[in-house]
Design a protein around this ligand. Structure first.
Ligand SMILES: *Cc1c(COP(=O)(O)O)cnc(C)c1O
Length: 342
């Protein structure tokens, strides 16, 4: 099966597995695993922050950050298509008791004015506006990259009004590789930020959350409480370090493949248009006469190609480490082979 459904569908490379053999390990639960501490320092430096903590998933990074920055009843401002809204199982409500204030965003991006308009004046009637969450790149926004000035401006607007700002940087390195802007510049006006090792970087497990020393101390309490503290994580974090050394620059290859894929898909009869491809995500809107996205995904699966969808009328394809040029060609041929009446 050719799989463009997600950039998480990669297997650890041989070199990545070999990096584990000589990795030093220690008890991560006591913050004493040397390899994991190395990784935490690398990611903290990458974001220009004081400290960082290794976690099993990006979802846990977001949920811990929300819990640390808020109190129950507070309001979180974010794009309507944010991962924290659509894919974290109601975590912000269940774990932190917060309200979401979704903004109508353009491919996941919004403006300082929208943030300002969403802020609630202090009042015992209203929830307390407390946290801004941004996503770089925007996942459901089709891998759109926030221009650094716009990202800094929305975060500053929030902070000027006493809110904290959290950067969901699952794919922040895709943004950096696409633009040349360092992750620290994207994170500059945020209080916390994290990046995923299981997306474009190709690792089997892991994400690292960064922030101030105090924020990370607070995060550790929830990491333990929620069962995210582990033991000899050096066997995991050695792979993450390997990915930082060997899998960052090559994200440019994923982006080039995604651009080609987008251009080819735009010519398929069932496709109305392809959203601009900025990084490794391709979103293709289906022609009005085409079957719905579920049907198209099922037809493609019969032809050995797995793709994702957003809503009922959009296909979503992600390029990644395990996708070859031949895979891309086969996927395009499969989509082009579908007719609008099918
Ligand atoms: C994948 C993703 C997450 C969650 O990461 P997991 O490791 O899958 O829990 C959060 N935010 C964004 C934008 C993502 O793409």
């Amino acid at each position: 099966m050719i799989d463009f459904s997600s950039d998480t569908q990669t297997r650890p490379t041989r070199a990545m597995r070999e990096a584990v053999l000589d990795a030093e390990t220690g008890d991560e639960r006591h913050d004493a695993c040397p390899t994991t501490l190395d990784l935490n320092r690398r990611v903290a430096a990458l974001f220009g922050m004081e400290a960082a903590v290794f976690l099993p998933s990006g979802t846990m990074c977001n949920e811990i950050a929300i819990a640390v920055h808020t109190r129950p009843g507070d309001e979180v401002i974010c794009a309507r298509e944010s991962h924290i809204i659509f894919a974290e199982s109601g975590g912000p409500a269940a774990l932190s008791g917060v309200m979401m204030h979704p903004l109508d965003a353009e491919r996941g991006l919004f403006t300082p004015d929208q943030v300002a308009a969403a802020l609630r004046p202090p009042s015992s009637f209203a929830p307390r506006s407390r946290l801004l969450v941004t996503e770089q790149t925007s996942n459901l926004g089709g891998g759109a990259v926030w221009p650094v000035d716009q990202l800094n401006a929305v975060a500053r607007t929030a902070r000027d009004h006493g809110l904290a700002a959290h950067l969901d940087g699952a794919r922040v390195l895709n943004a950096s590789v696409a633009t040349g802007v360092p992750a620290a510049d994207y994170a500059r006006h945020h209080d916390s930020a994290w990046l995923a090792f299981t997306k474009g970087l190709g690792c089997p497990v892991g994400a690292v959350l960064a922030g101030s020393a105090q924020f990370i101390r607070d995060a550790w309490l929830l990491k333990r409480r929620w069962g995210g503290a582990m033991r000899q994580t050096g066997v995991l974090t050695a792979m993450c370090l390997h990915a930082l050394d060997h899998h960052v620059d090559r994200l440019a290859d994923d982006h080039a493949m995604a651009r080609d894929l987008g251009a080819d898909l735009a010519a398929a009869p069932i496709v109305k248009r392809v959203l601009p491809v900025e990084t490794n995500i391709v979103v293709a809107e289906l022609a009005d006469s085409a079957p719905d996205a579920d049907t198209v995904c099922a037809r493609l699966r019969e032809r050995g190609v797995k793709v994702g969808r957003i809503g009922r009328r959009k296909l979503r394809l992600l390029t990644h480490l395990d996708a070859s040029v031949d895979d891309a060609r086969a996927a395009v041929a499969a989509v082009q082979g579908l007719t609008v009446e099918a």
